[in-house]
Ligand binder design. Structure first.
Ligand code: UDP
Length: 243
């Protein structure tokens, strides 16, 4: 599909128009940021690796009955996706306390939660993505009750599928962030990306970090670990032939 104009450029991806008004190119950059853009860097081959991981996972989720924005690959670093209006909520699911949750409640990182925890954050970098309750979302009109119920139910389905998927690769899904969007026909679909940028992935048995915390916390072996995750995903989930 031929590329048009850059519609929107974010920290790690850009969205580009195509000749089909309902389809966009999601371009994966090597740029990495952390702490709300305060720490910046490049993770070599991240665009390629994250595009491949996301494509394989979206394609598999579709076979499990999850509607996603994924339509196929345009290149190694470009994915074709439905044009959607992103719902401005980060839907986070957690199995283990880490990151902002551990900090907020003074809980040791690595503490297993009794049951999966779902949280909403407002997608707004200028405000530092604040934590939201359902009441905030309703009061400000960011989403209605029905939409929230759908995000929670569909998010939980994706969370359960992904928890089992990563477990099968010897990886514990500690937490992850999902984003959803609305297609022109109103259908809500899973959007954005599923990659080590938006998940915490710990090797089972050793708790070795295999995600963006290697960059955030300057733990070294960032590129190698992203590539390792991509290899594991590629072995587990073949990519359909692209037309
Ligand atoms: N996350 C993300 N984008 C954000 C904030 C969080 O992808 O803007 C992911 C993060 O990688 C982790 C999960 O959501 O897997 C929970 O993040 P947390 O709230 O602990 O925040 P952080 O540690 O990033 O401050």
């Amino acid at each position: 599909m031929s590329a048009g104009q850059v519609l929107n450029e974010g920290k790690s991806k850009k969205m580009i128009t195509t000749d089909d008004p309902e389809v966009l190119i999601q371009y994966f950059k090597d740029d990495a940021t952390a702490f709300n853009g305060v720490k910046k860097g490049i993770i070599g081959s991240k665009g390629k690796v994250n595009c491949a991981i996301s494509a394989r996972i979206f394609q598999w989720l579709e076979t499990e009955g999850v509607k996603t924005h994924y339509r196929g690959l345009q290149s190694e670093i470009e994915m074709l996706v439905d044009r959607v209006e992103i719902i401005p909520l980060e839907v986070v699911f957690r199995n283990v306390a880490a990151g902002s949750l551990a900090k907020r409640f003074g809980i040791e990182e690595g503490t297993e939660l009794d049951s999966p925890l779902q949280e909403f954050f407002l997608k707004d970098d200028d405000l530092g993505d604040p934590l939201l309750t359902r009441n905030h979302v309703l009061a400000f009109g960011w989403a209605d009750d029905e939409t929230m119920d759908h995000l929670i139910a569909e998010g939980r389905k994706v969370h359960d599928l992904l928890t089992e998927f990563w477990k099968g690769l010897g990886i514990k899904l500690v937490d992850h962030k999902l984003e959803f969007g609305r297609r022109a026909d109103g259908t809500i679909v899973l959007a954005d990306e599923i990659t080590p940028d938006g998940c915490r992935l710990w090797e089972i048995g050793t708790d070795r970090k295999m995600d963006k915390d290697r960059f955030r916390r300057s733990l070294g072996k960032v590129e190698e670990t992203y590539a390792e995750v991509a290899d594991l995903v590629a072995k587990a989930l073949p990519l359909d032939a692209q037309v």
